[in-house]
Ligand binder design. Structure first.
Ligand code: PLP
Length: 499
């Protein structure tokens, strides 16, 4: 098997092993780690069709994480994808209204972030052991609502790690907030920031790049890493479910061997849909990658015009986990579309930081032609949820609703009837109020849990354990800070101020 090594999209690091890239999270020049090539699957789709999720995970991940031994990787996979998921399939497909909903919300925090964040702690602690790391790993995470909880669920009380999560104070759903502030584990820290997700993510990136702080941390025996989708240890496990979905469709006879499928993904930070692109490049027969945005439609505009322009109002919507104007993982696609030119990539990212926009060339645009942008307003989102519910009884959450609406529009506009997998990224229970408004109930009780009980009456879905848990759990975190105060807050939580 050929070794894969990783390099920064901005050129500052190269020849980094997969375990080192996972430990670091972000490259030291602020770039993202990319494999030196995207490996091809060395097993046919037909053979994959009969495999379990765990077996599929091994077939995909072994090709990227080439410095992990077979035993190490299998132990990580078996530790992650177990009874924490409420279904043996881990990522089941539900057929509704002519599309296949790939349900990625059966993990412990009921959002798709569990797919990668249940394995990341295993990968990271294995990587620490392999690299003889003698420091405590401090995971710094910005969250638009789902990453933070999923990361804490994975890292809580994991020896040798601490985790600090920043979330936008008024930018998450009630259940998302409750999930975070009730988090157990002595090594967890939760901070509400007075700002939006972009402020949180930019602040975290700034802390990572702070050389002085890094020195201070080192002296005290700490080292930073990231659980955000900028970490290659997030991206690689996310490729698995697209490969698995194709195998399942083949296995059940819904598609013929080699038949192309389209994929529609509700997108924020561009991590999930980038994983689908990697699956395609590995050899999975995928046609179009339809990138669905909410009203924060930077990506829709980008794929249409070639101009990435974040200079616009940040809108709070009913799909808060997609309320993002700076989609970090797009940098990886930009890098690929330059023909892996770190200088040009760094130049464009500098434009974004300094001028709030950048423009790609026609040639680069052509290299991204597999992607198509679409967006849905909040009304269209709700209408899609309502329509699929009325027609089929299937209830989806507000993020999946965006993808569903965009898929319907795409089909109408193009007449393309290619079978389509829609990434279903959260349980409707996580956004119960908006979902209940969508299915047609306009007078809802004040109490969030009363709304959840109403949703339970209309949907065939059981109330997940993750929701029952926060019904009564005591609040354990109440820290808040301004975006400018993030660094001091981190120093305080880590006790760096104490002599
Ligand atoms: C994070 C998230 C998204 C966006 O995924 P990206 O990988 O950031 O594009 C969509 N839906 C839900 C429910 C999420 O939690």
């Amino acid at each position: 098997m050929m070794n894969i090594v990783y390099q920064s999209t901005r050129g500052g690091e190269s020849g980094v092993t997969s375990s080192q890239a996972i430990l670091k999270g972000l490259a030291c020049d602020g770039g993202l780690f990319m494999p030196n090539r995207i490996p091809k699957l060395d097993i046919s789709m037909k053979e994959l069709a009969g495999k379990t999720y765990q077996e599929t995970a091994y077939e995909v991940m072994k090709l990227f994480l080439t410095d992990f031994t077979r035993e190490e990787l299998k132990a990580c996979i078996d530790g992650a994808y177990d009874g924490k998921f409420d279904t043996e399939a881990i990522a089941p497909l539900a057929k509704a209204d002519g599309a296949f909903y790939l349900e990625l919300f059966h993990g412990s925090t009921i959002a798709f972030k569990d797919m990668a964040l249940s394995i990341l702690p295993y990968l990271m602690t294995t990587a620490a052991r392999k690299n003889h790391l003698d420091k405590e790993i401090v995971i710094l995470t910005a969250t638009s609502g789902d990453t933070g909880k999923a990361a804490m669920a994975g890292f809580a009380d994991v020896k040798g790690t601490r985790i600090i999560v920043f979330y936008p104070k008024n930018g998450v759903s009630r259940i998302q907030e409750l999930q975070m502030v009730t988090q157990k584990g002595d090594n967890t820290g939760v901070v509400a920031i007075h700002g939006n997700f972009d402020d949180a993510q930019t602040g975290v990136k700034r802390i990572f790049a702070d050389k002085e702080l890094a020195r201070e941390m080192e002296e005290k025996g700490f080292v930073f890493s990231s659980a955000n989708s900028i970490n290659i240890g997030r991206l690689v496990p996310q490729i698995v479910y697209y490969v698995y979905a194709y195998g399942q469709l083949l296995h059940s006879g819904e598609i013929a061997d080699g038949e192309k499928i389209n994929v529609t993904v509700p997108t924020g930070n561009f991590g999930n849909i980038l994983a689908a692109y990697f699956a395609k490049e590995m050899g999975v027969p995928i046609g179009r990658l339809i990138c669905a945005s909410n009203d924060n439609k930077v990506l829709y505009d980008f794929f249409r015009t070639g101009v990435y322009d974040r200079k616009r109002d940040f809108l709070l919507t009913i799909s808060p986990s997609m309320d993002i104007l700076i989609s970090s993982n797009l940098e990886r696609l930009i890098y690929l579309s330059t023909g892996c030119d770190p200088e040009r990539t760094a130049g464009l990212m500098a434009d974004l930081a300094e001028r709030g926009e950048y423009t790609v060339t026609e040639e680069m645009k052509e290299r991204m032609a597999d992607f198509l942008g679409g967006f849905a307003t909040q009304e269209e989102d709700k209408a899609a949820i309502r329509q699929v519910y009325k027609d089929t009884g299937y209830v989806m959450d507000t993020h999946t609703g965006v993808a569903s609406a965009v898929y319907q529009k795409y089909k109408k506009d193009t007449g393309d009837e290619t079978k389509t997998v829609i990434a279903s990224t959260a349980s409707p229970y996580k956004f119960a109020r908006s979902v209940m408004e969508a299915v047609g109930d306009s007078r809802l009780p004040e109490d969030e849990f009363a709304v959840i009980d109403l949703l339970n009456q209309v949907s065939a879905m059981k109330i997940p354990g993750a929701v029952e848990e926060v019904r009564t759990a005591p609040v354990r975190h109440d820290r808040e800070c301004d975006a400018e105060g993030m660094k001091e807050t981190v120093r305080d939580i880590l006790g760096l101020n104490v002599i």
